[in-house]
Write a protein that binds this ligand. Structure first.
Ligand code: NAD
Ligand code: G6P
Ligand code: MN
Length: 440
């Protein structure tokens, strides 16, 4: 099998060790010649270079060449697969996304609500630039993208590069499935889940268990109503995730027909979420003091010559999921995953140009999404409004339109006031100078 040149774009990301470990543990199905870390922040990239070098040593994989670079030509020339996970503006700007809406009593979150919209206007610019480089230096490469906010990124890419070999995915469904399986004692490897929605805005309609020969979703919902879930092992000790998974019990209590993505709490219960939030200490602060600091510390120790037992990370299914997708593609395995993609009939009664999250089989030619049943008015209504808000935001980006941005902010399903939407928008314009396009 040909050995591949792999690029991790956003190489300095705290998730790079998880993705690299996942590749190394599937190396026979995903042989690697070079791993290239590409980032626009040389300090973060070099730190990660030290960590990945240590990982290669510990796994006896030093014949794999490791490159760290901030030069797109060097990063992408001759590349076969690109794993993309950039965060434009870093966690410092994530903190603004979360804190500004909270000042006005609105949801402040990385990918949902107005925080997600603010992040979107930054991220689109970064991802379009990245994809532009890939088109120039590695037009035949496959891009596997985790960069958030995924629906907005997917919508922007759909408009500019409709034919690109890019697969957008989110680890949330696999994390939910793993958490359910651990809590209620199932083996999710036997599952064929059916799910529809927008990214971080969707529902399971069935979880068929091949070994049990039945749909286990109804019994899971009953179990969840009776007793809420604890976090899975990979989220041990993480209070944010503990609360998010608990909230799923409330959601199925209200709406017991389908199993929701935990992120729907930001749209169905925004007031409850805001009430629980601390406007001066948000998730970005936790991540900066946790994962980000931990990564910096690992690099510092290695730089100081301390290499015994320095590597410590556990990202659950995040790395495995995207690497499983890459191997399914490379080896034409036709396995089934959730993907984020233009609708084109998957959800028959939703607009065709919506960017949705649905199951797809993945093989050598890319994704083959499945055709789902029509959806009912409750989910359709929620999704149509949110899709329109997202379309307006992406219009605002390309047209530089303040009016469209204001419409988008007002229509976002976590907001119920044009008055508040405008105040948040105006403050975010100031906070995002240099990152957002100019809005007139
Ligand atoms: P991070 O800030 O630790 O890492 C991101 C890296 O991207 C940084 O090193 C930064 O310097 C780099 N970067 C920023 N802009 C860039 C650009 N224009 N070109 C090249 N590099 C650039 O963030 P993180 O917490 O590790 O998350 C990384 C990304 O992955 C985020 O977008 C996050 O939302 C996303 N994510 C997605 C999923 C999912 O399910 N889709 C899951 C986890 C994380
Ligand atoms: C899940 C979601 C991602 C999101 C991440 C945030 O994995 O699917 O889209 O970026 O959670 O995690 P964090 O620890 O950064 O808050
Ligand atoms: Mn996600």
């Amino acid at each position: 099998m040909k050995k591949l040149n792999i690029v991790i774009a956003g190489g300095g990301s705290t998730y790079t060790p998880g993705i690299t470990s996942a590749i190394l543990s599937h190396i026979e199905r995903f042989p690697m010649a070079e791993i290239r870390l590409y980032d626009n922040d040389s300090k973060r990239n070099e730190d990660m270079g030290l960590i990945i070098n240590q990982l290669l040593i510990e796994q006896n994989q030093t014949d794999i060449e490791l490159i760290t670079t901030e030069n797109p030509e060097e990063a992408f020339s001759g590349a076969d697969f690109i794993f993309s996970q950039i965060r434009v503006g870093g966690l410092k700007m994530r903190e603004q996304d979360e804190k500004i809406p909270l000042k006005y009593g609105l949801v402040g979150q990385e990918t949902c609500g107005l925080g997600g919209f603010a992040y979107g206007l930054r991220s689109i610019k970064g991802i379009l630039e990245l994809v532009g480089y890939i088109q120039e230096y590695a037009p035949d490469a496959w891009v596997l993208n985790y960069t958030n906010p995924e629906t907005l990124v997917g919508e922007a890419i759909r408009r500019v590069y409709p034919g690109i070999r890019m697969i957008n995915v989110c680890d949330m469904t696999i994390s939910i499935e793993e958490t359910i399986a651990e809590n209620y004692d199932y083996d999710r490897k036997n599952w064929v889940p059916t799910y529809f929605g927008l990214n971080h805005y969707g529902w399971y309609t069935e979880i068929y268990d091949k070994s049990l020969g039945r749909d286990v979703m109804p019994e899971i919902i009953e179990k969840m109503r009776a007793k809420s879930m604890n976090v899975a092992e990979f989220n041990e000790g993480d209070q944010t995730w503990a609360e998010a998974f608990k909230m799923m019990s409330t959601m199925v209590e209200y709406f017991p027909d389908y199993l929701p993505n935990n992120y729907l709490e930001y749209y169905l219960f925004p007031d409850v979420v805001v009430e629980k939030s601390d406007p001066s200490y948000t998730r970005a602060n936790m991540v900066m003091e946790g994962r980000e600091k931990n990564t910096r510390e690992m690099a510092r120790k290695i730089r100081d010559g301390e290499t015994e037992n320095v590597l410590n990370f556990n990202f659950g299914e995040h790395g495995n999921y995207i690497v499983d997708i890459a191997t399914s593609l490379l080896n034409d395995e036709h396995r089934r995953f959730m993907v984020i993609t233009p609708n084109r009939g998957s959800i028959p009664n939703l607009r065709q140009d919506a960017v949705v999250e649905v199951p797809a089989y993945i093989g050598a030619t890319g994704i083959e999404p499945i055709a789902l049943d029509p959806i009912i008015d409750f989910h359709k209504g929620l999704m149509e409004a949110q899709v329109a808000a997202e379309k307006l935001l992406v219009d605002a980006y390309f047209e530089g339109s303040y009016q469209k941005a204001l419409q988008a902010f007002t229509l976002n399903q976590s907001v119920n006031s044009a008055y508040l939407a405008k105040q948040v928008l105006d403050e975010m314009i100031e906070a995002n100078k240099g990152y957002w396009p100019e809005l007139n």
